[in-house]
Design a protein around this ligand. Structure first.
Ligand code: SAM
Length: 259
């Protein structure tokens, strides 16, 4: 189960940032009308809605109750079913999906090995699985500022047990290869923009589900203001134009596993 509630706060502004990657993911899957497409960790439905627009029969799997409601509302008359589930517990029959897609979502599975086994179970024998994951860089650096402070406050260590590098094509080839998949990867750019560093903080960090989950802790420990200052400084120094606008040059890996 996801350890944070992705329905808390406002995930919608980040979903808008990720929409170009969702479109790339769907395009790479070469979906045919009538195919059964499963969107794992569907969020607000970025991938599910685009795939349904191509005539696919879509199942959106999403653990957060509020986000399932958002998808349901946006689905309208499209052939889109929304279900509760996680990457390691998909409520679908063996071999029932032509295509499984996951845009920056399966990467949050607490047990990646179980998640990959579950994706392989649900995919048809000739099915394909496509996912996106961040490449090391901007996003790591920003999330790392908050995560490091949280670890310092809680005394926790970096949780690496059982985790995998979702951006390492060798690791993915081995893990998916065990289920007969061949993996190919492409690096992609995704520019994330905001009106100013302060705007980025407010709309993408403070009210993001991860911010909502961690800020009370930091505030209680008297660390929140310092974390904010540090992040704004990094953004202002490295990724803000002379006109004051933010443009984060994020990069991600588009992964295709086919058999
Ligand atoms: C960064 S968001 C991406 C959402 C969506 N795919 C998009 O393109 O906007 C991460 C999503 O993964 C979901 N998630 C978290 N843990 C998960 C898990 N173990 N299995 C499947 N989805 C999970 C969250 O609820 C959230 O919707």
């Amino acid at each position: 189960m996801s350890q944070i509630d992705w329905g808390a706060g406002t995930y919608e502004s980040t979903a808008a940032d990720l929409l170009p990657a969702a479109r790339e993911l769907v395009a790479a899957a070469r979906i045919q009308p009538g195919e059964h497409v499963v969107d794992v960790g569907a969020g607000t439905g970025n991938v599910a809605l685009v795939a349904a627009g191509l005539g696919a029969r879509v199942t959106a799997v999403e653990p957060a109750t509020r986000l399932r409601e958002v998808i349901q509302e946006a689905a309208g008359a499209r052939d889109l079913t929304v279900v509760d589930g996680t990457a390691a517990a998909i409520p679908l029959a063996d071999g029932s999906a032509d295509v499984i897609l996951s845009n920056f979502a399966v990467i949050f599975a607490p047990d990646p090995h179980a998640a990959i086994a579950e994706l392989a179970r649900v995919a048809k024998p000739a099915g394909r699985i496509l996912l996106t994951s961040w490449l090391p860089g901007v996003m790591d650096q920003l999330v790392g500022i908050v995560a490091t402070a949280v670890r310092e406050v809680t005394g926790g260590s970096e949780a690496t047990d059982g985790q995998i590098d979702w951006h390492d094509s060798k690791v993915l080839s081995e893990l998916f290869g065990a289920y007969g998949f061949e993996v190919s990867t492409t690096a992609k750019d995704l520019a994330v923009t905001a009106a100013s560093p302060e705007d980025y903080w407010e709309t993408r960090i403070a009210d993001h589900p991860l911010g909502v989950a961690t800020f009370p802790l930091l505030e209680k420990a008297g660390r929140l203001a310092e974390v904010r200052t540090r992040m704004l400084k990094v953004i202002a120094t490295d990724w803000t134009t002379p006109a004051g606008e933010v443009s984060l040059p994020a990069q991600y890996l588009l992964v295709t596993a086919a058999r």
